[in-house]
Write a protein that binds this ligand. Structure first.
Ligand code: G1P
Length: 275
């Protein structure tokens, strides 16, 4: 029922300059795998094989990564290094990739709206590859797809964060949906509130299941004080008019949009494979 996953990947990645001057931040590797590939693998595990990627100027490496590389592959064939391309070749064989460029940096809401021609009129998943999540089962998006199938409304992933960090996230207030569950009905949500103004410490993390009415709502959202159109503001309208469910993620997440989070992720995955 959820067939497509949107990956906003147009941002400049200024926190990683100069590394991101010519290399898209989504292509920075955690160990040997680019961040975006982790996201694509998570979507595939949820049974989603159509990847819709929002790119921008200077991001062509993303398209090349998810495409065959004949010279390289023929060089490695029947050598001891052939296995190094096995995973990415399987991904390419089992997925389709479509792209659209966001030509103005007007925030996450605008990036989602830019993806409308790739998505059409159906519910879809969104993965922000910066938020790298480790999982033991089928992954956070797979869990959210299951929840969507039951409730048929937008689902957002949340995590408790220290209250002094609310300014980095969209923050929700919600009431528990079912006794002992990880699900909340969203009552309100605010983008990057100060700790004093935060409705709780439950922060939105970069995984969403959205319904296609979000596109029309996004068109009505006014830019914030930084000139950005926030997805959180559009979801807030949906939460008021119908139901939006927040799913509390319990696994391990790294904010690879920061150098510290990126380093922590690299160390964590290195330890995991006893590198
Ligand atoms: C975006 C969203 C924010 C969310 C965050 C998760 O912010 O706008 O609501 O909490 O992703 O990573 P960004 O990190 O792009 O500034």
């Amino acid at each position: 029922m959820i067939n497509k996953c949107l990956f906003p990947a147009a941002g400049y990645g200024t926190r990683f300059l100069p590394a991101t001057k010519a290399v898209p931040k989504e292509m920075l590797p955690v160990l040997t795998k680019p961040l975006l590939q982790y996201g694509v693998e998570e979507a595939l595990l949820a049974g989603i094989s159509n990847m819709a990627i929002i790119t921008g100027r200077g991001k062509r490496a993303i398209e090349d990564h998810f495409d065959n590389a004949f010279e390289l592959e023929s060089q490695l064939i029947e050598t001891s290094k052939e296995h190094l391309l096995k995973e990415i070749k399987e991904i390419i064989a089992s997925s389709t990739f479509t792209y659209v460029r966001q030509n103005k940096m007007l925030g996450l809401g605008d990036a989602i709206l830019t993806g409308k021609p790739l998505i059409g009129n159906e519910p879809f998943a969104v993965i922000l590859a910066d938020d790298l999540c480790d999982y033991s089962d089928k992954g956070i998006i797979a869990n959210m797809v299951k929840i969507y199938k039951k409730y048929k409304c937008p689902i957002i992933a949340i995590e408790e964060v220290p209250i002094e960090k609310t300014q980095k996230y969209g923050v929700i207030s919600g009431k528990i949906l079912e006794e002992n569950s990880d699900l909340y009905e969203v009552m309100d949500m605010v983008e990057k509130p100060s700790p004093e103004k935060a409705p709780s410490n439950m922060a939105i993390i970069g995984r969403y299941i959205l319904t296609p009415d979000i596109f029309d709502i996004l068109k009505t959202i006014k830019p914030d004080s930084n000139g950005e159109i926030q997805l959180t503001d559009a979801l807030r309208v949906q939460a008021r008019n119908k139901k939006v469910i927040a799913y509390k993620f319990k696994g391990t997440r790294f904010d690879c949009g920061t150098v510290k989070g990126y380093l922590d992720a690299s160390n964590y995955f290195a330890k995991k494979i006893s590198l």
